[in-house]
Design a protein around this ligand. Structure first.
Ligand code: TXA
Ligand code: MG
Length: 363
């Protein structure tokens, strides 16, 4: 199939007509059971009508994703629904019946963090077919904080199931070019809204457990969530991450399969080192063995790493590192390096998600 590309100017006033034509074409594609890649504030998603099992099945084929890896349902609540989100999600039959405690948590979290990089795992509603959730009776839901994503969901008039728009096992795409590199010719359309702002995926919080558990650290920091609902668990992550070798799909019955340790791996070997001295030492060592080495460097390491090519500068603070990480991994992969070296980051705030992706990428 030929993939259509639409470039959307992020400034909503710039070319309103072209934008609304592109959104209308994309919404038609969704309604007809097609696949549309679209930007969110975290990473690009590969969307299909979440209420259409046949459309959803195409996502797994296009991505070559294992069928036991559940998708996130993206919704766009209006102002009234955002004030009473538990009722709205139940009315739309995205979520099923919630306990009083779950309702309370949904209301508090949604009012504080939606639209935004927080995915909530809730009991599954009747309108969501089982292949969205890989047969689980829970469903992951979020409302993305991106004008293009919200316009697409609203124009489609259905919730949109969307995993990250990459081939299974690759790092998530943060630009439309990344999507093209992975999925050109396999999907109907790509809406290009520029580079994504956050750069790592949403935080997945399981509200079917008590206390709730973070299944995947992401764009919203643990501390922010805990300020609203009190302390949350780490979920299955600890046990799942340890020494696990399987590629995606090798295991059945996933709790949160995005947690498989190789999930975020680049093609080159990724090594996370303690500090700049160790980075330089390992670089010389690998180079001496005839390996091509790429560096992901923090702004503060530029001087120490001057002239050591190829290198990709991640930036100054943790937010910049998160925003640039996947582009850096893809760029060094394309440069054909054998080894990628990067220093570990502080695990505070979004640093927890960065450290998680680095650890999985290096597994
Ligand atoms: O930021 C994001 O979350 C991006 C954008 C496109 O929204 N989406 C994304 O989707 O990262 P994906 O499919 O790559 O990751 C979905 C994660 C996986 O870790 C999956 O296991 C988990 O959500 N998940 C989905 N449904 C679940 C469920 N019912 N129970 C537990 N985990 C679930
Ligand atoms: Mg993904």
């Amino acid at each position: 199939m030929e993939t259509q590309y639409f470039t959307l100017n992020p400034d909503p006033d710039s070319d309103a007509e072209a934008t609304s034509l592109a959104i209308a074409a994309a919404a038609r594609a969704i309604q007809m059971g097609g696949l549309v890649a679209f930007p969110t504030e975290t990473v690009y998603g590969l969307g299909a009508n979440a209420t259409d099992a046949e459309a959803v099945a195409k996502i797994y084929v296009a991505k070559q994703r294992a069928l036991n890896d559940p998708l996130i349902v993206h919704c766009a609540l209006d102002a009234a629904a955002l004030r009473a989100p538990a009722d709205a999600l139940a009315r739309q039959e995205i979520a099923g019946v919630l306990s009083a405690q779950q309702r309370e948590r949904v209301v508090a979290l949604v009012q504080r963090f939606w639209p935004g990089p927080l995915t909530l795992v809730l009991p599954r509603g009747a309108r969501i077919p089982p292949n969205v959730t890989a047969g689980l009776d829970s469903v992951a839901v979020r409302m993305p904080d991106h004008a293009v994503a919200l316009a697409l969901i609203r124009a489609s008039d259905v919730p949109i199931a969307a995993p990250s728009a990459n081939r299974f096992g690759h790092v998530s795409p943060t630009t439309a070019q990344h999507v093209r590199d992975d999925l050109d010719g396999r999907i109907d359309m790509v809406l290009d809204g520029g580079a994504t702002a956050i750069g790592v995926e949403s935080t997945v919080l399981d509200l079917t457990q008590d206390p709730p558990a973070i299944l995947r650290p992401g764009g919203l920091a643990r501390a922010e969530i805990e300020r609203v609902i009190g302390s949350v668990g780490a979920g299955e992550q600890g046990s799942r991450g340890e020494g696990e070798k399987g590629r995606e799909g090798e295991e059945a019955a996933q709790v949160s399969p995005g947690l498989l340790s190789k999930h975020y791996a680049p093609r080159a070997r990724l090594r996370v080192v303690r500090d700049t001295a160790e980075l330089l030492r390992q670089r010389s060592h690998a180079a001496a063995q005839g390996l091509r080495v790429g560096l992901l460097v923090m702004a503060s390491q530029r001087e120490a790493c001057a002239g050591l090519m190829p290198q990709y500068v991640l930036g100054q603070d943790l937010a910049s590192v998160a925003r640039n990480l996947y582009a850096g991994l893809r760029a060094l992969d394309s440069a054909g390096v054998d080894v990628i070296l990067v220093s570990e980051v502080e695990r505070a705030g979004i640093g927890e998600a960065i450290a998680d992706r680095l650890r999985r990428g290096a597994a």
